[in-house]
Design a protein around this ligand. Structure first.
Ligand code: MN
Length: 293
């Protein structure tokens, strides 16, 4: 340590001080350690709490997105006073969340109800559910891949449910559409004397059967049911189903359109899935008034 032993003596006071400091540190260190331990314990305890505030997924997170989804589809004219969007429960996947019977633009947290696998309210608290909640419950029953369902009466879509003209993918943002979008004919399930609305489990099951493994089913003379593996994808699809329908109707006036083929549709749909959040962010901003300020 010392190159020159002759000089060590001159360093004795320094050494003494060093030893004293070391002793003092040794004396203090247990106290510091004792202080540090509870701090570490607090930090360790805080970590799960922080995770609980913003988990990767939870019922509450889904409900908050569901409220926003209601506002977005209303803001973009997919729904008006009618129509609804739901999300499957994260904690109990046989259940789902859906607002009470109310215009989507006005939905708030206290309007969100939980429904069981038979579309019965878990705790209605005096709230009246949508008559057509069976659309959601019966699709969730047979489509484990589906996490969210949008039911709308989007006027642009109706013509393709009431004519022999199929809704087909005509523009790239609607690459998710099948080459021929299925149409639910309620008369096949309930006969000529039917009420058009999907007001019970039997009719919901018939609609789900028409949907099959497709992302969209048109409902003749009524609207559509659009599904997705998340709220955001279901909303994206509901919006672009409407846009595609508008464009297809316009194109048909000009002449026979060239549609996306199955390969084009599949590839562009894969690309679009990476951009769903980009669309969601701007729609959410508009729906919450952020971009209008
Ligand atoms: Mn309806």
């Amino acid at each position: 340590m010392f190159k020159n032993h002759c000089c060590a003596g001159r360093h004795m006071p320094v050494l003494l001080v060093s030893v004293l400091v070391a002793v003092a540190l040794l004396t203090v260190t247990p106290a510091l350690a004792a202080q540090a331990t509870p701090q570490k314990a607090v930090a360790a305890a805080a970590a799960p709490q922080a995770a609980a505030v913003k988990p990767a997924d939870s019922d509450e997170q889904r409900i908050q997105e569901l409220i926003l989804a209601n506002h977005i589809i209303a803001d973009l004219g997919v729904v008006d006073g009618f129509g609804h969007v739901s999300v499957r429960s994260f904690s109990n996947p046989s259940h789902y969340f859906l607002a009470k019977s109310k215009a989507p633009a006005l939905i708030t947290r206290e309007d969100i109800m939980e429904f069981d696998e038979n579309s019965e309210p878990v705790d209605a608290q005096g709230r009246t559910p949508y008559l057509e909640r069976f659309i959601h419950g019966e699709i969730y029953r047979v489509r484990p891949d589906v996490q969210s369902v949008v039911h709308s009466h989007s006027p642009a879509v109706i013509p393709f449910g009431v004519t022999t003209v199929a809704l087909r993918p005509i523009m790239h943002m609607a690459g998710f559409l099948p080459q021929t979008t299925p149409v639910f004919e309620i008369r096949n399930a309930a006969g000529d004397d039917n009420g058009i609305l999907v007001s019970d489990r039997m009719l919901g099951a018939a609609l789900a059967k028409s949907l099959g493994d497709a992302p969209v089913a048109l409902m003749r003379g009524h609207g559509s049911a659009v599904v997705g593996p998340s709220i955001r994808v279901a909303v994206f699809r509901a919006v672009y189903t409407q846009v595609n329908a508008q464009i297809e109707a316009e194109a048909l006036k000009l002449g026979p359109p060239v549609f996306l083929n199955a390969m084009e549709a599949a590839k562009v749909d894969t690309a679009n899935r990476g951009n769903v959040n980009r669309a969601w962010d701007i729609w959410a901003s508009h729906a919450s008034g952020g971009a209008k300020k």
